[in-house]
Write a protein that binds this ligand. Structure first.
Ligand code: CDP
Length: 257
């Protein structure tokens, strides 16, 4: 099946069927994943030789590359903060990353995601150790199938570690979601566009290695009880992603940056 055919397929999701023991319902996902199953994940660091640190992170058809430059003196001088360093993230979705070409350059969405990425990562950085300096993180989405902000955060966190920026922990991000009434993890674009029943709810979350939340967003409707459950599901999934991040960093030991 080509990518075009795949993205235009009609996921009607109505497909609430009984489990074999007939006691609970199972939501059939378009790609056949279990509710708590991540898309295939892979990662590698050291992919941009000129950067101080870099990483690529892929979740299914979503691929993010992050490159870190710094810490370095902040210019212009009036932007410097003498109290602490500045984390400056720039998220960019490439024109060719989706089927319908997008206009190049920054827009409201990319500015929001850049800010969110900074907020997700700042709690693990010792910015006080870098007064008047800046750490630049450039995130490029080279292929998008939903969850790009989470993929960007995962790549950025690895790239910061690869650059040797002092960190209290890696940050790991995933999107939890609700399709009609059913909670699922790591929504793809087809699921994000699901319109039956209560429709889709998208909840991107980021955690430190010891499970502290550094970022949560919510687009849609969900009850407090289900939100709690979604947070726990995401926390569990992030443990799996964290292993991939750590493995990629370990594999880079001894490599030239
Ligand atoms: O990517 P993420 O889920 O973090 O953010 P979103 O704004 O909810 O976008 C969801 C998905 O919509 C993206 O990952 C892309 O697949 C798609 N999208 C698009 O096709 N064109 C855009 N201009 C923006 C997003």
């Amino acid at each position: 099946m080509t990518k075009k055919e795949k993205s235009s397929s009609n996921f009607d999701g109505a497909i609430l069927k009984k489990s074999p023991n007939q006691t609970s319902s199972i939501f059939e996902r378009p790609d056949g994943r279990k509710n708590t199953e991540l898309r295939p994940v892979w990662a590698k660091v050291g992919v941009v030789p000129n950067a101080d640190g870099s990483a690529i992170y892929a979740s299914g058809d979503t691929i993010a590359i992050a490159a870190v430059y710094g810490p370095k003196q902040m210019h212009p001088q009036h932007s410097q903060n003498p109290e602490k360093g500045t984390l400056r993230c720039t998220y960019l979705m490439n024109s060719f990353s989706v089927n319908e070409r997008i206009k190049p350059g920054p827009n409201r969405r990319s500015m929001e995601i850049s800010k969110i990425t900074e907020w997700a990562l700042e709690p693990v950085l010792m910015l006080k150790d870098f007064p008047s300096q800046v750490i630049d993180v450039h995130i490029n989405i080279i292929q998008a199938d939903a969850g790009t902000r989470c993929a960007g955060i995962n790549a950025a966190s690895m790239a910061l570690a690869h650059a040797g920026v002092p960190m209290k922990s890696l940050v790991t991000s995933v999107s939890a979601g609700k399709l009609d009434k059913t909670l699922v993890i790591d929504l793809n674009k087809e699921e994000e566009d699901f319109e039956k029943g209560e429709g889709p709810t998208d909840i991107p979350l980021s955690f430190t290695a010891d499970g502290k939340l550094t970022h949560i967003q919510l687009d849609g409707k969900i009850s407090p009880a289900q939100l709690k459950e979604a947070v726990e599901m995401a926390k569990e999934s992030c443990k799996e992603i964290l292993k991939v991040q750590i493995e990629a960093l370990k594999n880079s030991v001894g490599d030239e940056k």
